[in-house]
Design a protein around this ligand. Structure first.
Ligand code: ADP
Length: 506
């Protein structure tokens, strides 16, 4: 039965946006951040960045000269740094006389403009804590200090034209230094600042174009990326919906990128496993109903015969009814056990007990029950062993192996149980006990061996009356030993009998 598409829950549909829009918004946001950064750095702060770089450069040059002022080669040093940094330099005495001079920039103010008053400089610098920044127009007739720097009141070049009208393109840095003879000197450095306004305007126009291009580009990119990412996801989604309707033959074809390929492999595996479970479920229902029907038919048949025919009302027939009822009980118990064991919904009572005695008692009971049918179970034990485990569960596992051996043993009807102690190399050579149940029956084909421990697996799918089983016995053994951290296995070949074994830590 297929369910309609509306069956699938679609939570918060209105709040979900498609992957395409998500990527688009993400890219748009990313472009927005980039553009804001570009705008800030290239338009808003470009001027101040440039100026601070120039100021640092001129300060560093001044420091170099200050350090070497007592050097005998000071004249050479001044002309070298002056040339290297494109800065005009003068070293003046406190009265304003030139001691050293280097003139590298044509038209610099400190060398070319007569209006630059060197005599007054000393008092100005001293009044300004020994350090003075001045900004000049190229013609040197107007000057302004940085708005935020404190300046002395008497500035020396007051002439026209006013500062606001022209781009200030020269920076003069003056600093007082002391030489070896304790004379105060004034270091004057003149650096050109190129006007950045024109650059800023160009960048602004460029940014308009870049913004438009980025938006267009993110739309196209978002569209391509979203298609590339979402197409395989959509395909997988469609297949998953088919799987959910119970179509286990659905094939997931994930291509495009690694994660999707892995996801589709996983889903293909899941679909395969689900189909196996479904097959097992159907088989189980068929098996269990068959197994339930056989004893029920016998019980009702014998009961009716005993009721209607006085001759049939004997203890043998009553025994058959009792046996069949027991068989039914076992079947129902097995089904309950396995579901409990496999959901982990089971209490394990670990207690030290003598496993040798416990095995021997089980065998004696079984021998008594089966000796009329000619079965013989031998028990060989090297010595008595006490271990901590859940006695009821371990007996149940052993009992399952024993009943299998009885069911499947050969015509000699012989079964041998052996108990041995060994040092387990897989567990630091500690002492372990191994219990083996050997029969002389038909054995198990190599291709069936890996599956016999699975739930509901039966080698002989046709139900012979003599051997009925739920296919759960070995699966119960496996679960019990897993709980006890024991090991289990089988050695068997077709027509050569089987040896089922399990081991437990002592
Ligand atoms: P079942 O209730 O059918 O015996 P089990 O889980 O106990 O289920 O066993 C699974 C299958 O393993 C059985 O159907 C049988 O074919 C095979 N098997 C188990 N024990 C033996 C044995 N001693 N000799 C041969 N085959 C065995």
């Amino acid at each position: 039965m297929k369910k309609s598409k509306s069956f699938f829950p679609q939570k918060n549909k209105s709040r979900q946006i498609t992957i395409k829009w998500k990527i688009f918004l993400f890219l748009l946001g990313f472009c927005g951040v980039l553009l804001i950064l570009l705008w800030l750095f290239q338009v808003v702060f470009l001027n101040s960045f440039y100026k601070s770089i120039k100021i640092n450069e001129i300060k560093a040059t001044a420091n170099t000269i200050e350090k070497s002022i007592n050097d005998e080669n000071i004249a050479t040093i001044i002309s070298t740094v002056s040339e290297n940094n494109d800065i005009c330099i003068k070293v003046l005495s406190s009265s304003g006389d030139t001691i050293y001079s280097s003139h590298v920039v044509k038209g610099c103010i400190i060398h070319s403009k007569p209006t630059f008053d060197e005599k007054a400089l000393h008092s100005e610098v001293t009044n300004n804590d020994g350090e003075l920044f001045q900004y000049y127009n190229h013609d040197g007739y107007a000057r302004e200090t940085e708005p935020d720097s404190v300046q002395p009141e008497n500035t020396q070049i007051q002439d026209k034209p006013p500062a606001e009208e022209k781009e200030k393109d020269t920076l003069i840095y003056s600093k007082t230094i002391i030489d070896a003879n304790n004379n105060e000197l004034i270091l004057v450095l003149n650096s050109l600042i190129s006007p950045v306004n024109a650059t800023v305007n160009t960048l602004r126009v460029q940014l308009y174009y870049i913004t438009a291009f980025m938006i267009l580009f993110s739309v196209i990119l978002a569209f391509i990326i979203a298609k590339w990412i979402s197409r395989p996801i959509e395909a997988i989604n469609e297949s998953a919906k088919m799987l959910a309707t119970g179509d286990y033959s659905t094939q997931f074809k994930g291509t495009g990128y690694k994660e999707i390929a892995e996801l589709s492999d996983t889903l293909n595996f899941t679909a395969k496993e689900l189909s196996k479970v479904e097959l097992l479920r159907q088989e189980l229902i068929a098996n269990i109903s068959h197994d339930l029907r056989t004893p029920l038919t016998l019980i009702s048949g014998y009961a009716e015969a005993m009721r209607d025919l006085p001759d049939e009302n004997n203890s043998e027939n009553a025994q058959i009814i009792v046996d069949e009822t027991k068989r039914l009980t076992t079947l129902v118990n097995d089904v309950m056990d396995i579901s409990k064991l496999q959901t982990g919904n089971i209490n394990v009572h670990l207690q030290p007990y003598n496993v040798t005695v416990s095995l021997s008692n089980s065998i004696n009971r079984m021998n008594k029950m089966m000796e009329l049918d000619g079965y013989q179970i031998d028990f060989i034990a090297d010595r008595e062993v006490t271990l901590t485990a859940d006695e009821t569960r371990i007996s149940q596992a052993f009992y399952n192996l024993l009943t299998n051996a009885i069911n499947y043993t050969g015509d000699d009807k012989k079964i041998t149980v052996t108990q041995t102690i060994f040092q387990n190399p897989a567990d630091d050579l500690t002492n372990w006990v191994k219990i083996e149940v050997a029969d002389s029956g038909e054995g198990i084909a190599a291709e069936d061996l890996p599956y016999i421990w699975d739930r509901y697996y039966k080698v002989d799918k046709t139900h012979k009356r003599a051997v009925t089983g739920t296919g759960l016995g070995l699966s119960i053994v496996k679960s019990i030993l897993d709980i006890h951290h024991g090991d289990y296995g089988v050695t068997s070949k077709l027509n050569e009998g089987s040896i089922f074994w399990f081991t437990l830590k002592i």
